[in-house]
Write a protein that binds this ligand. Structure first.
Ligand code: FMN
Length: 148
């Protein structure tokens, strides 16, 4: 199984989340490629079985340019037959907008035909031990569903 992780990160938290997930998935037998949204074309997902997007949310849910550009590219794809998962970091002080971009991408992946393999994982700010445990558990769920 090939997994492709694309992440967007302003201050490093989502880059850390992507790293943790990458290592977990490699340990579980996935071939994983990871890259930053700004330097990735969404069509790269077409070469993978499992498409993962990890993102921060800024500006009360309004997408920043790097995230918005990737979202526009994603919109044009047909990912029928592929699996997807989303996760990301936000801050609960933004209340209704907490991790809003994670859920925007969840909706878009569904709209373009991909099948959700695990529920969105939302993490508050930098991943602490509990968050790392949540990422590890999610990676195991992915492996149980897809690699058996
Ligand atoms: C100007 C600004 C706006 C933000 N807006 C939101 C928001 O709307 N929703 C949210 O959940 N978090 C928001 N955050 C919090 C960030 O998403 C959070 O700090 C996240 O961990 C940053 O991830 P990164 O280190 O990968 O860039 C905001 C942070 C800043 C500085």
């Amino acid at each position: 199984m090939k997994a492709r992780i694309v992440y967007a990160s302003m201050t490093g938290n989502d880059a850390d989340i992507a790293d943790i997930l990458e290592e977990d998935l490699q340990d579980l037998g996935f071939a994983v490629e990871t890259s930053e949204a700004e330097f990735t074309d969404a069509s790269d997902y077409l070469n993978s079985d499992l498409c993962i997007f990890v993102t921060y949310t800024y500006g009360e849910g309004k997408m920043t340019d790097d995230v918005a550009d990737f979202y526009e590219q994603l919109k044009e794809l047909d990912l029928s037959g592929k699996y997807f998962a989303v996760m990301g970091s936000g801050d609960l002080i933004y209340a209704d907008h907490f991790c809003e971009n994670v859920f925007d991408f969840e909706k878009m992946f569904k709209k373009i035909g991909a099948t959700e393999v695990t529920k969105p994982v939302t993490i508050e700010n930098a991943p602490d031990d509990d968050a790392i445990a949540k990422i590890d558990k999610t990676a195991k769920e992915m492996a149980e569903k897809l690699n058996d």
